[in-house]
Design a protein around this ligand. Structure first.
Ligand SMILES: C[S@@+](CC[C@H](N)C(=O)[O-])C[C@H]1O[C@@H](n2cnc3c(N)ncnc32)[C@H](O)[C@@H]1O
Length: 386
């Protein structure tokens, strides 16, 4: 048993107020205060009636738990809805998330999405992390309003004017916008975040305008191999079984990528497309693009291994920090073995919410003046494997 020190479980870290201000910047705000039950009158703040004056206090009350990061085994974790997400939110992990964004962009041949978008007006990114996707999509569609949510305030403050970050839990039923609000809802690498990602897909369907699109981009945690060079005792494969098992025990599975298509269809999406791509574990492939991709992924996994492992192995499997670090030495080394031709499968799935007249038994509604619907073009992306 390790002695209790600053790295032990459960310590709460409150960033200094200046770092809070830096993190909040102007772009991230909180929208997770409890939603009033329908029919409950909301009491007006009489001290704040009439038109705003320049002397009004415009500061926002930030629930302190958002910034009370939990420190555990030398890493920090989200303080809002603590314990629900098992990967850290410290600079080591946020740097890795930014790098992973570049890897996926390279893997997708510089695309940020595959859905056939046509001038979307309102876009949502669920579990945005450091917000790189939301920022790039806001630049690509400067007239769109881009919202992005996360449990952690880890987004930059200097962002395009049309992007807004919110601290919010996507597992909540109420996403604090009216139904049929968004033209495009995006999610990426949300493994281990939710008890049932199928329910999140259903909720996204509810908040999409008819004709709007949803797209999810997810990686399988288990590596694959097509030529028999990955033996069943390869340390990284064993490691992936451990974290898969730990995630199952928490009730928030990692294995969601290959189930996306079924969830989309069950939710009612049409024109559902699935694309499967491969990211090599290291630069073992001959092909130049895949070699580069493998080089990037090797660096991503090697540098992220500690953060990806720590909470699952300690909180769920009951290992000490020391045991975990000793175990990871071999796992880390195995990632770089060029003789093992392993790769991760990445699934990209997108679909369209049908118009009322396309849904059997549903009456077409007269066009609303509030929302302008954009008819999507034909889905031309084939289902492809590499
Ligand atoms: C692996 S990161 C991916 C971030 C981003 N989508 C990307 O591709 O870089 C997963 C993110 O989901 C967030 N998250 C986890 N559970 C969530 C929830 N219930 N609601 C909103 N965000 C959540 C985490 O805080 C984390 O930033």
């Amino acid at each position: 048993m390790e002695s209790k020190g600053e790295d032990d479980l459960g310590e709460v870290v409150e960033p200094s107020s200046s770092s809070i201000a830096e993190k909040m910047g102007t772009a991230t705000s909180i929208r997770s205060s409890p939603t009033p039950i329908a029919g409950t009158p909301i009491e007006a703040d009489v001290a704040n009636s009439g038109l705003p004056s320049p002397n009004d206090d415009m500061s926002m009350e930030v629930p302190s738990d958002v910034f009370k990061f939990e420190k555990e085994n030398g890493r920090t974790y989200h303080g809002f809805r603590p314990g629900t997400y098992h990967f850290p939110n410290d600079p080591t992990e946020t740097d890795r998330l930014d790098f992973q964004f570049e890897i996926l962009k390279y893997c997708f041949s510089n695309r940020n999405y595959f859905a056939p978008l046509k001038n979307p007006e309102r876009i949502l990114d669920i579990g945005t992390g450091t917000g790189q996707w939301a920022i790039e999509i806001a630049d690509e569609f400067p007239s769109a309003e881009v919202q992005a949510t996360d449990l952690s305030p880890i987004q930059p403050s200097s962002v395009p004017v049309n992007v807004q970050f919110f601290i919010d839990d996507a597992a909540e039923e109420d996403w604090a916008v009216p139904p049929a609000y968004f033209d495009f809802i995006h999610s990426r690498v949300l493994v281990g975040c939710f008890e049932n990602f199928g329910v999140i897909v259903q909720r996204a369907f509810h908040y999409l305008k008819p004709g709007g699109h949803m797209e999810s981009q997810e990686m399988m945690s288990k590596p694959h191999c097509d030529d028999g060079t990955m033996l069943s005792n390869w340390p990284f494969l064993e490691w992936s079984r451990y974290i898969d098992d730990a995630a199952e025990q928490t009730g928030r599975p990692l294995r969601i990528a290959n189930k996306l298509r079924g969830w989309y269809e069950a939710a009612g999406f049409v024109d559902v497309q699935e694309k499967m791509l491969k990211i090599p574990m290291n630069p073992w492939p001959k092909d130049r693009h895949l070699k580069n991709l493998g080089r990037m992924q090797e660096q991503n996994i090697v540098s992220g291994l500690g953060g990806l492992s720590m909470a699952y192995f300690s909180r769920v499997l009951g290992w000490s920090k020391n045991e975990i670090e000793v175990y990871l030495v071999d796992v880390r080394r195995s990632i770089s073995d060029r003789d093992v031709h392993a790769y991760h499968k990445v699934f990209v799935v997108w679909g369209r919410k049908p118009f009322d007249h396309e849904v059997k038994g549903k009456q077409a509604e007269p066009p609303s003046s509030e929302f302008t619907f954009q008819a999507p073009g034909p889905s031309t992306q084939p289902t492809a494997t590499m």
